[in-house]
Design a protein around this ligand. Structure first.
Ligand code: IPE
Ligand code: IPE
Ligand code: MG
Ligand code: MG
Ligand code: MG
Length: 262
């Protein structure tokens, strides 16, 4: 568990949680537990994603993957335990800070929905079910929204819940921003799997093509995929402009999601 959580990574999900909490005028420390919980869920999802039965990847963040070091059984259990730990961390903080029940339950529901059948795990199932099969653009977008977008969406919404936001209009805009950034983030991941180098991305370059994975470049082509990511970045920025947050860290993260090299 420590090996996979503390091995670096870009930490974009907790950054989004902090950025959204700060954008709503709250102190960053209120978002600590939410930020930790989304990153812990993410670490669990990566351990399982790399397993031989899933993407069968030996390298992650420039190091051997969890199952290579500790064996498959321990890697499965590390993932299981991290998933529970994320909810323990979040719930313990909600109780300790006497967060009103409606905010607390909303936060827990947001995290649960993001990793369950309608979120990450469901999206991962779609991904694996379509290996070597054709997929149209709408189905691909739906799969990306679930497997990656859902947790990124939760990261932003948990930051807003940590700030005790009750402005539904603002929450709707942040929600839309987050869904767009989540999709853009996975499209960029698909692109750098092709264009990046193993050394820079810290994962085996070309793994998607080697495994016949359904990706944006494989369905739409590299140019269209790049174009789509850029359109999404502009859309995310225009949403932030509408709610007066175009100079916030959320704007920088939207650009980073699309321009990053690793
Ligand atoms: C990789 O996520 C898996 C995807 C959902 C695309 P990240 O690119 O955020 O991985 P780390 O945490 O920075 O290693
Ligand atoms: C992973 O997508 C999505 C997760 C829910 C972990 P990928 O399989 O493309 O992620 P990488 O490229 O292995 O990091
Ligand atoms: Mg995968
Ligand atoms: Mg993978
Ligand atoms: Mg990938």
């Amino acid at each position: 568990m420590r090996y996979s959580v503390l091995s670096g990574g870009k930490r974009i999900r907790p950054m989004l949680t902090y950025a959204s909490c700060a954008a709503l005028g709250s102190a960053l420390e209120y978002a600590d537990a939410s930020a930790a919980s989304v990153e812990i869920i993410h670490a669990y999802s990566l351990i399982h994603d790399d397993l031989p039965a899933m993407d069968d990847d030996p390298l992650r963040r420039g190091q051997p993957t969890c199952h290579i070091v500790f064996g498959e059984a321990m890697a499965i259990l590390a993932g299981d335990a991290l998933q529970a730990l994320a909810f323990e961390v979040l719930t313990t903080d909600l109780l300790k800070r006497h967060i009103p029940l409606n905010h607390g339950y909303l936060a827990l529901q947001t995290l649960a929905q993001a990793c369950g059948p309608h979120g990450m795990a469901g999206g991962q199932a779609l991904d694996l079910a379509h290996v070597g099969k054709s997929m149209d653009a709408a189905a691909l977008q739906h799969m990306h929204a679930m497997k990656t977008g859902a947790l990124i969406r939760a990261s932003v919404l948990l930051g807003a819940h940590a700030a005790l936001c009750i402005d539904d209009r603002l929450l709707d805009h942040l929600d839309r921003y987050a869904q767009i950034v989540g999709l853009a983030f996975q499209i960029r991941d698909d692109i750098i799997d092709i264009e990046g180098s193993t050394e820079i991305i810290g994962k085996q370059q070309g793994a998607d093509i080697a495994r016949n994975k359904p990706t944006y470049p494989s369905v739409l082509g590299l140019e269209q995929a790049r174009h789509k990511a850029q359109l999404l970045r502009e859309e995310a920025l225009s949403i932030l402009e509408r709610i007066g947050l175009k100079d916030s860290a959320l704007a920088h993260i939207a650009c980073y999601a699309v321009d990053r090299e690793s």
